[in-house]
Design a protein around this ligand. Structure first.
Ligand code: KIV
Ligand code: NA
Length: 282
């Protein structure tokens, strides 16, 4: 298969074929997502939560994002690569947003960037980044970087006022130059209404089946966490595998075999001193 381009994504959208997107944060996850034939790979700031163990995405830095982007770039050769602008890297002024976006593309090797929110200053930032020649994805609904004013990780657009505000933001983001918009945690009717009002694809996460595509976090969809772990995947996330169980099983077997002396057995002890050289050691 060939590298996924913006043109290919637009073609899929025009044919009403669902666009697939999954997050990745490092070389192995990027290889997996790429090999699976997923259209778009998002180097999400969700890295802060699923990779670094923070409770929010707020502490994630540009330095960390660049490190994740570079690792993903080395593992993914076909996916269209999108890097998240982390909290604090684009809110102050359009030139700050452009500088951060440029480094995710230039140093991080991303094909596009994503930023959260749809207020006036975000619209200005999107315009400035787009003017700099960088493809931008918007992200509205539950925007984890603004939990401070959303009042926590909660669904958005539940009232008609809330839904109308999201639709307005979506239209402004489209006009500002976004080539797609992520809709997170909104009722499926809101996802449907926004999708049918736009000329660009919507990528839903907890936003129902009527979006132009879907995105999920790698660790959540694969069931990477141990079932006894407190950090569980969100309600909308289907676990397509139980990789955490497989990992725990493998580690438990290794521990048992080393403890009992069963590993390493003869088969895994490949090196022998050359004949006639035993005097070196004995
Ligand atoms: O960081 C992330 O993983 C995201 C997706 C949930 C859209 O922004
Ligand atoms: Na994100």
């Amino acid at each position: 298969a060939q590298k996924v381009t913006m043109r290919y994504l637009q073609l899929k959208f025009a044919r009403k074929e669902p666009i697939t997107m999954v997050t990745a944060y490092d070389y192995p996850s990027a290889v997996h997502v790429d090999q699976a034939g997923i259209d778009m790979c998002l180097v999400g700031d969700s890295a802060g939560m699923v990779v670094h163990g923070y409770n929010t995405t707020l502490p994630v830095t540009m330095t960390e994002m660049l490190s994740h982007c570079k690792a993903v770039k080395r593992g993914a050769s076909k996916c269209f690569l999108v890097g998240d602008l982390p909290f604090g890297s684009y809110e102050q002024a359009p030139h700050q947003a452009v500088e951060s976006a440029v480094s995710l593309v230039k140093e991080g090797g991303m094909d596009a960037i994503k930023l959260e929110g749809g207020n006036a200053s975000r619209i200005t930032a999107v315009k400035a980044i787009h003017d700099a020649g960088i493809a931008v994805i918007g992200h509205i609904g539950l925007t984890p970087q603004s939990i401070g004013i959303l009042g926590g990780f909660r669904p958005q657009g539940l009232t008609s006022e809330g839904a109308m505000k999201l639709l307005e933001q979506a239209l402004l983001l489209e006009a500002a130059g976004c080539f797609a918009i992520v809709l997170e945690c909104v009722p499926s009717a809101v996802g449907a209404a926004i999708t049918s009002s736009l000329q660009i694809p919507t990528i839903g996460i907890g936003a129902g089946p009527f979006c132009s595509g879907q995105v999920l976090v790698y660790h959540d969809l694969l069931g990477m966490m141990h079932p006894q772990h407190t950090k569980v995947a969100p309600k909308f996330c289907k676990q397509f595998a139980k990789v955490g169980d497989v990992i725990q099983e493998g580690l438990a077997k290794y521990r048992a075999e080393v403890s009992s002396g069963a590993f390493p057995c003869h088969a895994y002890t490949p090196y022998r001193i050359n004949p006639g050289q035993t005097d070196l050691f004995l």
